[in-house]
Design a protein around this ligand. Structure first.
Ligand SMILES: NC(=O)c1ccc[n+]([C@@H]2O[C@H](COP(=O)([O-])OP(=O)(O)OC[C@H]3O[C@@H](n4cnc5c(N)ncnc54)[C@H](O)[C@@H]3O)[C@@H](O)[C@H]2O)c1
Length: 278
């Protein structure tokens, strides 16, 4: 048998309608999960991802559902987790990918209060509600045994990945509200990991660099000059493909990765390595 990721459980992807969330849902289907929950505030796009996932799934027992969910609404999140548990019995790998970039780029002191609060509501409160409900569900589950399981390497109740950003180690110019929420998401991840790790739940954050998604392309600051600056400033001199970040999320969700907990993993093409790119 070759090197197997042992990802035969149930995956939940929030923000599965487009961009990195869509790519993550498809990568989980390819990797062999038996169940996939595609959640998004935009249900028709989540449904389209679930249908696409069915075509490429490698597990013969695979099934996928799509659920409309606004992660900034706690009741919506409770309903999402309840519906998922009712359908599949458990949630093994959660990926909280959805987030908002905000509507404008402005200097810190010009940030509108509404934008500051709105971004907190989605990028911080939304992740809080998701992690809270996902952990409560995972704590009810038995540990998932895999061929890797042993007395000293127990099976896991679940893995949760929160999408933070390279903007959680540096500041995005004119992006105060966004930067602040992504730093918070690393803290939230560590706090949750600390309190629930003993119980077999691994919680980590992924910090992507600039990734070519509809969300990034639609950002008001996305201009050809802005894009060139980004390419010049990163060591690989290219944007990430959504699938590259998705594949990292799937790899980190595997029980192969059983000792990583509370980590904030940069996947940024070198955006934050140096200030002296050629
Ligand atoms: N694209 C980048 O360059 C980049 C870089 C670093 C971090 N990130 C982060 O990665 C994540 C994904 O980014 P993306 O570029 O793929 O995004 P995107 O804007 O292309 O897609 C986001 C998806 O989330 C959904 N969504 C938005 N608000 C929601 C809500 N309240 N509840 C449920 N779903 C909601 C949208 O409908 C959409 O399908 C975000 O958290 C973003 O902050 C993106």
């Amino acid at each position: 048998m070759g090197f197997n990721l042992f990802l035969r459980g149930v995956a939940m992807v929030v923000g599965a309608g487009q961009g990195m969330g869509r790519a993550t849902a498809l990568s989980f289907a390819e990797a062999g999960v038996r169940g996939l929950i595609c959640a998004d505030i935009n249900q028709s796009s989540a449904l389209a991802t679930a249908e696409e996932a069915r075509k490429i799934a490698s597990n013969k027992d695979f099934d996928a559902i799509s659920v409309a969910c606004d992660m900034s609404n706690h009741q919506n999140v409770k309903d999402l987790v309840a519906q998922s548990a009712a359908r599949f019995g458990r949630i093994d790998y959660a990926a909280n990918v959805a987030g908002s970039f905000g509507k404008s780029r402005k200097a810190f002191a010009d940030t509108p209060d509404e934008e500051w609060l709105q971004l907190q509501n989605i990028n911080i409160n939304g992740v809080f509600y998701l992690v809270k409900e996902q952990v409560k569900q995972m704590e009810k589950q038995e540990r998932l045994e895999t061929p890797l399981t042993s007395a000293s390497r127990p099976g896991e109740r679940g893995s949760i990945i929160n999408l933070s950003s390279a903007a959680a180690v540096i500041a995005v110019p004119g992006g105060a509200a966004y930067t602040h929420t992504k730093f918070a998401s690393n803290g939230l991840t560590k706090a949750a990991a600390q309190d629930h790790g003993f119980n077999g739940i691994r919680i980590n954050a992924v910090l992507p660099g600039y990734t070519m998604t509809p969300g990034l392309a639609g950002f008001p600051g996305a201009t050809p000059e802005g894009a060139q600056k980004i390419l010049d400033a990163n060591t690989l001199h290219r944007f990430a493909e959504p699938k590259e970040i998705a594949d990292t999320i799937v790899l980190l969700s595997s029980p192969r990765n059983s000792y990583m907990i509370g980590a904030s993993i940069l996947v940024d093409g070198g955006q934050t390595i140096t200030a002296e790119n050629e």
